[in-house]
Design a protein around this ligand. Structure first.
Ligand code: ADP
Ligand code: TPP
Ligand code: MG
Length: 315
């Protein structure tokens, strides 16, 4: 099957939204801008063997490659609009591409984001997605902005995906039920777009957790020029991790990464409304600590056995 057959079969999506004048099939997409709004843009690469195990089902690869990018739009409090897809793969495996596109399209439909173009090449399996979305002028959620006394909050539970990866890589054994839950959390992260929208105008700083809580909270603290105290007993853990030792659980939850939950700072007066809203979405929001402007960096009431704070590509 040729490159162009693949593109025609899988990447020409129907129901083109009004905002797209020219989509897949020309030299560039042409988009209708929305006056009075700001455009949020982010790109992330997803490499086989680095970002996902080689034997990950193609449906999950397509889903997650888009999910991690939608999570960046959520982290900014932006509304998804369009994305481009650069796909490199060793051969034109029609069935593989079909399942990959299905996974991606399922999530794209849920969040109203449309594929407007891309590139298809031969090479090691690698997916690069660029997402674009709308932000209200001056109201995007930034990493800077955390204030003394704000609560440090997180959505969902942490460490499930890292435990799922350890199970897939046969470094960890869990009960069949717990293993299935954690592998699902690894392969099908949920971008927290609705919660993020509610955080606009309430949270003072926000990001998504990709590299691990400690590493990513470090980015908020640095961008905001403040420190924080974190209490390890408050970290939200799913029942699936209940079978692990404390050291294992905290390692996955604090430094494992791949969570794609929201990490944000919140003035205390907004806590109960944010928690109620999260609960209505079937999610939860947990307070892990507080911002302290007089503190240098992060203090955690737990002694780690090494200095790693999260996932880092080049160390
Ligand atoms: N090669 C690059 N060229 C330009 N900017 C980059 C490059 N790599 C990363 N960045 C920028 O550095 C910042 C941090 O990147 P990253 O850690 O990938 O963020 P995230 O975890 O949100 O994906 C982002 O603003 C990103 O756009
Ligand atoms: C095979 C495999 N090894 C390791 C991981 C764990 N992992 C890979 S990348 C990553 C962090 C996120 O990736 P990055 O490229 O840093 O994303 P960004 O921070 O740019 O969003 C994690 C936790 C994985 N998911 N699969
Ligand atoms: Mg990145």
């Amino acid at each position: 099957m040729s490159e162009f057959d693949l593109i025609r079969e899988h990447f020409f999506w129907r129901n083109i939204p009004d905002s797209v004048r020219i989509s897949v099939g020309d030299d560039a997409a042409v988009l209708r801008m929305s006056p009075g709004r700001e455009l949020a843009v982010s790109v992330d690469t997803f490499n086989a063997g680095i970002h996902f195990p080689l034997d990950t089902p193609p449906h999950a690869v397509g889903y997650k490659a888009l999910a991690v990018n939608l999570s960046d739009l959520a982290a900014m409090g932006a509304e998804p609009a369009w994305f481009t897809l650069a796909l490199s793969m060793p051969s034109a495996d029609r069935e593989w591409v079909r399942e990959f596109t299905q996974g991606m399209q399922e999530l794209a439909e849920q969040h109203n984001i449309f594929l407007i173009g891309g590139d298809t090449t031969r090479g090691p399996l690698s997916i690069t997605i660029q997402v674009m979305g709308w932000a209200e002028p001056g109201r995007a959620l930034l990493r800077s902005g955390a204030q003394d006394g704000d609560l440090v909050c997180v959505s969902g539970t942490l460490g499930d995906a890292a435990a799922g990866l350890a199970v897939v890589q046969q470094r960890l054994q869990l009960s069949a039920e717990a293993a299935e839950f954690c592998i699902r959390r690894l392969n099908y992260p949920s971008p927290r777009l609705q919660l993020a929208e509610y955080l606009r105008g309430r949270a003072t700083a926000c990001m998504d957790i990709s590299d691990g809580l400690l590493a990513d909270l470090g980015h908020i603290l640095q961008a905001s020029g403040v420190g924080a105290h974190l209490y390890h007993a408050l970290v939200p853990l799913s029942p699936a991790l209940g079978q692990l030792t404390l050291v294992q659980r905290l390692d996955f939850a604090l430094r494992g990464g791949d969570d794609y939950e929201l990490l944000f700072t919140l003035p205390e007066l907004h806590l109960s409304e944010v928690q109620d809203f999260a609960q209505r979405l079937g999610n939860r929001v947990t307070v892990l600590g507080e911002i302290d402007a007089d503190q240098a960096g992060l203090s955690v009431d737990y002694a780690f056995h090494d200095k790693r704070s999260g996932y880092e590509h080049f160390s």
